[in-house]
Write a protein that binds this ligand. Structure first.
Ligand code: TYM
Length: 338
């Protein structure tokens, strides 16, 4: 409840515990979650069921799921205020996804940009789960009757299909799902690769210099920014079309330094790329270092983390089950009275 007695709106988001998180994941998603947790009732998941749509080593996936939970908390997500849980701990996600599959067309899924990209990248493993990824995502969001979903720019299309599926279900049966809105921040929604600055920074990039990971130490961070691809000009100016590299670095700098892009431009007016890149590296390293130590501390306290995730799974299950029961009734699934 809010102070004015009104029920808070519901927020849902998730990250896959696959690969090492980048500062793109942080700026595009987790950093905003922390800001939004005061105003919304928040559900934040570790999307391990999404992660297995590409091959994962089981022991690594389990470890990364816990590391991700600890990272959420280290970044400032408060488990007292939010529901933090592992997607596979709540069976309703798979169950709702099955029902929603019957309202989703194969052609729609084949047209999804991420499906096309991932199919090209994992040509030897174009599995049904990869294709069904957006439907499982729709199930995640719709189960909790989310009003808003803060994500990076690359998830925009998945949010659109979620809305379409929700409307379709509501029209075919009767109003059941809240139709969610994507929340895509102006700054940080698309952090680009340091090596190919017109391409998204990605957890799964093969070139380790292209991405700055949340776990990188100061030396690695400073080195990666020093080597970042810019242009032959020397002006630190925000111009994504003609200066994608510099503009990307300005975005990263302003997001981490808590300044506007214009302020950042003024700060580096007349300075060369060398000084600018060094400053970006320092500001990112300064921000990540306390997060890394906090994550380590939380991970060492296994009892605490397990408690958070057990309580989160229970709370999430209760909310999800309520929606799923409604859905089962509406589609006509028989349930014995006793
Ligand atoms: P994932 O793990 O691929 O990405 C997690 C979040 O990080 C954002 N992101 C970025 N933002 C800015 N710049 C980048 N370079 C960048 N790379 C990634 C993504 O947009 C995302 O917000 N499928 C989701 C996980 C998910 C989910 C959900 C999200 C599963 N179920 C339900 C919202 C609601 C994903 O992209 O994960």
């Amino acid at each position: 409840m809010q102070e004015n007695g009104q029920k808070k709106k519901i927020l849902y988001s998730a990250v896959q515990p696959s690969g090492d998180l980048t500062i793109g994941n942080y700026l595009g998603a987790i950093k905003n979650w922390v800001e939004l947790q005061e105003d919304y009732e928040c559900f934040y998941a570790m999307a391990d069921m999404h992660a297995i749509t590409v091959r994962q080593d089981p022991a690594t996936l389990r470890r990364k799921t816990l590391e991700l939970a600890a990272l959420y908390i280290a970044c400032g997500v408060d488990p007292e205020k939010c529901t933090l849980y592992v997607q596979s701990n709540v069976s309703c996600h798979a169950e709702l996804a099955w029902v929603l599959n019957t309202l989703t067309y194969v052609g729609e899924m084949e047209r999804m940009t991420q499906f096309k990209d991932k199919s090209a990248k994992h040509a030897d493993n174009i599995n049904m789960g990869l294709m069904d990824y957006p439907v499982l995502m729709a199930a995640d969001i719709l189960l909790y009757q989310a009003d808003v979903v803060p994500v990076g720019f690359d998830q925009r299309q998945h949010l659109e299909i979620t809305r379409d599926i929700a409307v379709r279900f509501n029209n075919r049966y009767s109003p059941t799902f809240t139709v969610p809105e994507a929340v895509i921040m102006k700054v940080g929604a698309k952090i680009n690769s340091l090596q190919e600055p017109t391409k998204k920074m990605s957890k799964s990039d093969e070139n380790p210099n292209a991405s700055v990971y949340m776990s990188d130490d100061r030396d690695a961070i400073v080195r990666k920014f020093r080597r970042a691809v810019t242009d032959s000009d020397s002006a630190v100016r925000f111009d994504p079309e003609n200066k994608p590299g510099v503009s990307n670095l300005l975005t990263v700098y302003s997001a981490f330094a808590g300044k506007s892009v214009e302020e950042a431009e003024r700060e580096f007016d007349g300075k060369g790329y060398g000084d600018f890149k060094a400053a970006v590296g320092e500001v990112v390293a300064d921000a990540l270092s306390p997060i890394q130590s906090e994550q380590k501390r939380i991970l060492a306290d296994k009892g605490y983390l397990e408690g958070v995730l057990a309580a989160g799974a229970e709370r999430a299950y209760r909310a999800a089950r309520r929606t799923l029961s409604k859905v089962y009734r509406k589609v006509g699934f028989y349930r014995p009275e006793k």
